[in-house]
Design a protein around this ligand. Structure first.
Ligand code: PLP
Length: 370
């Protein structure tokens, strides 16, 4: 199968082999060396000197950990949402008792840093800003450097507001400059560009965020970041880690570092451009505002009269190509092509030629070119 969903992504054979390794003592020296090595490699990937912790959870667990550790009941939070995953981040903050104000955009559009600056200026009591770097549901990458700048410029002497970033589908594929941009809590998930199966979330936590953590009154136990940090200092995790996924991550980080992060980022940019061009050559329309097109996923509008579930079924059954559908308000309106992690132009060529044939057999005729 050519798995072209925006996560889980295909795992290379070296990583699949690591998943089959025998268990080890998770409190022993071998695990300690591995956890120390992984933590340092993740800091390099996140381009940060901040603490980085690994939790056994999917990306959503990572987002919940971010909220539970720095946002207290009653805190005012600005949610900058451009899709389903932005809305989810806000829903988690609401579940923890935050007073959430929302700044949202139409599907396919990026957030406007000017509007974020205005919202922050209008209410200096906002304690945190939540933003999705790469909105997987619409294939849009927010201008995070600019959003981070306006948040930095609005910070008071207490370090408020904090900037919490969902980088689940960007980190490891698109540059995220955690220290340079002053990002306080940044979350990613193993099943995306990392080429590891689902089940691990990574969080970087700034000194400002640790101060908020010390004051934070939200209940937390499994996701208590301080316990994770203190355990990591001893080469451990507070609870039994998903060791097989740790083995896989160890191999993945070695492979990614061998390729070189700059090469990884430029490969993603190149393959994304190749995807967008190919989609347009099929006579199809892209959903995203192309100034903010994502380098990890491409959303394609379903042509008038084409049933998306029939299209996806045909692609899977007849061509061995798996694409994702739309989520929330975009269900039935788009298909999404994932191009992150283990991906090259040849995977996309195959997916696009299958897409062209499947559409043709469903009666789609591309508009004549002018
Ligand atoms: N945030 C973004 C941007 C995502 O793409 C995803 C997963 O698709 C998540 C959060 C949620 O992660 P998970 O499904 O691993 O809980």
């Amino acid at each position: 199968m050519n798995l072209r969903t925006p996560g889980p992504t295909p795992c290379p054979p070296e990583i699949l082999a690591a998943l089959g390794r025998q268990m080890i003592d998770h409190r022993g020296p071998e695990a300690a060396a591995m956890i120390t090595r992984l933590t340092a490699a993740l800091q390099r990937a996140f381009q940060t000197r901040n603490d980085v912790v690994i939790v056994t959870a999917s990306g959503t667990g990572g987002l919940e950990a971010a909220v539970a550790n720095v946002i207290s009941p009653g805190d005012k939070v600005l949610s900058v949402s451009i899709g389903v995953f932005g809305d989810r981040f806000a829903a988690i903050a609401r579940a923890y008792g935050a007073e959430v104000m929302s700044l949202s955009s139409e599907p396919g559009h990026a957030a406007d840093p000017g509007a974020v600056a205005e919202a922050l200026a209008a209410d200096p009591s906002i304690r945190a800003v939540l933003v999705t770097h790469n909105e997987t549901s619409t294939s849009v990458t927010n201008p995070l450097a600019d959003i981070a700048r306006v948040v930095r410029e609005s910070r008071d002497r207490d370090g408020s507001p904090l900037l919490l970033v969902d980088a689940v589908s960007s980190m490891a594929s698109i540059p995220v400059l955690v220290d340079e941009w002053g990002l306080d809590v940044v979350v990613s998930g193993s099943q995306k560009g990392w080429m590891v199966p689902p089940g691990l979330a990574f969080l970087s936590i700034s000194a400002r965020a640790w101060k908020a953590n010390a004051r934070c009154t939200s209940p937390r136990y499994y996701f208590d970041a301080a316990r994770h940090r203190d355990a990591a200092a001893k080469g451990q995790t507070p609870w039994t880690p998903a060791l097989s996924l740790f083995f896989a991550l160890d191999v993945a980080l070695e492979m990614l570092e061998r390729e070189g992060w700059d090469n990884v980022f430029s490969r993603h940019a190149r393959v994304a451009e190749f995807t967008r061009r190919g989609v347009q050559e099929l006579g199809l329309e892209l959903l995203a505002d192309q100034r903010f097109a994502s380098n990890t996923v491409t959303a394609v509008r379903a042509p008038e009269g084409v049933d998306v579930s029939a299209l996806r079924k045909l692609l899977r059954d007849e061509h061995g190509v798996v694409l994702a559908g739309g989520q929330g308000p975009l269900a039935g309106k788009i298909v999404r092509i994932g191009h992150l992690g283990l991906v090259a132009e040849s995977d996309i060529s195959e997916a696009l030629s299958a897409l062209g044939s499947a559409l043709a057999s469903l009666g789609f005729r591309p508009p004549a070119r002018v």
